[in-house]
Structures are given as structure tokens and as C-alpha cells.
Design a protein around this ligand. Sequence first.
Ligand code: PXL
Length: 280
Amino acid sequence: MKKIVTIQDISCIGKCSLTVALPIISSMGIETAVIPTAVLSTHTAFKDFTYRDLSLDIPLIQKHWKKENFNFNAIYTGYLGSINQIDMIQDFFQEFKTTSNFIFIDPVMGDNGKLYTGFNQKFATKMAKLCKMADIIVPNLTEASYMLKKEYKEEYTKEEIKQILVSLSNLGPKKVILTGVSFNKNELGVITYDKKTKKFFSYFKEKIDVKYHGTGDVFSSTCVAALVNNYSLEKSIKIATDFVWEAIKHTYNTKGKDAYGVDFEKKLGTIINYKEGSNI
Ligand code: PXL
């Protein structure tokens, strides 16, 4: 059975990080191993959230897993809580990267031009260094701006976006997936760049005028699972974008703008079809 290890926090309530990665990856027929980086009472958009750092467990789990000879089809990292944790993950990558698996980094740090509570430029610069070890990275435009130390803007030309993708690939990863790209007010989507073939690919959907937390995590979890199930990068982007879009639309129709995450659970039935074997 295929197995992904995902390394990110548990926000006990918030519909992000591990509470979305687990059900999504599992529903696509893949075993989900986890390394929780921290336990928070909620995600950081709530006030007064608790935070328990689990950094010290990471090298212990790693050592035990090495002894047991576990291996993974993909290593997927999301929200990491500190620079120290990034160092630990670098070490984990060195031990568990093989010639047949891939490293997938979602450099979770911010959105809408701002870093989430607790992050700063120093963390972003360190995250950019971690991306050197990745096969695939999945930043949004805010995270890309901080990692490249480029000013975040509300609007970009196609040429500017292409330049950002190329600059991100120069950080080291073979493929870059840039999320939250928009060239007009009616569409929002994703553009990818493959360093080897120098090809760009874009996929856009009708923009729904609302922002929810955790949509990036829903996207990354679906995308990494589709890739592990041998779908192409282009098909995986479509599967993940369509799923996030369906989840946002459903949430907006039932709850309006006031939700702390997306009700992706109601749409899980659509990605269950993308198990290994029925690939296009
Ligand atoms: O969805 C990204 C995310 C993950 N984990 C925590 C967060 C956020 C976004 O705010 O706060 C703890």
C-alpha cells in the first residue's frame, strides 16, 4: 500500500493541517503517516489559541522509524512552527528521501500579503532554503513573495508571474505550483512550472468572492495524493483545484462568508474516485 508521511501541526479545531490531510489522503486510498509539529487549540486566526511545541518528538520519531525501516512514497510538509523545526525536517529529508519517492513542501506561512501570527522574514528565508531539497513546492503568492524577498502586489502581469515561478524554481525544486493566481476579477487559479521541460501550465476556475482558512492545505493534500497515485502534475492540479473549488462553493452556499474553514467533508466523494489504477 502506498504511504505518505505528512509533517505539520494539529489545530484541534480549524479544518486545516493534519485534520484535513488525514481524511483527504486516506480517502484517496493512501496510508497517511503523521508527524505532528505542534498542537494548537485552534488555527492561529482565532484569538488566545494554545500552542504546544512538539519539536523534541521529531528526532525521536525519526530514529524509531529508521530502526523499523519504514519508507514513504512522498514526504509532505506543511505548517512548521520554528526555524529549529526546519533544521530537523532537513535532517528527516536526508534520512527518508530515496530515489523512488519525492519531497513535497507547502511552505505554509501566510496569505493575502501577510504572514500568519508567529512568522517573520527570517523564517521565510529559512523556509526558502528548505525548498532547495524539495521536488515540488506549493507556495501561494504571499509565501512566494516572502521567500523571494519581493514586494507582494494585488495584481500581476503574466510575465511577472512567470518570472516568479522561474525564480522559485531557482531556489532548488524541480517543479513549482503557485496558487492563488488571478489575472482578472472573475478567475482564480494555479500555475505550474517544470524546470526540466521549462513548461508552464495553468488551470483557472470561476472566482468565488470569499476567503477561508485551510484551503491551501486542502489543495496540497489532494495534490500530493493524486501525484502519489501516479496522476500527472497537470491532472493532479485539476483534481485538487476542482475539489477545493467545490468545497468553497458548498461552504459559501450553506454558511456564507463566516466560516473558520471549508466543509470539504461533504465533497470527499468526488476525490475517492482518484485512487491508483484509474489514471488518465
Ligand atoms: O492553513 C494553514 C495553517 C496551518 N496551521 C496553522 C495555521 C494555519 C493558517 O492560519 O494557523 C496552525
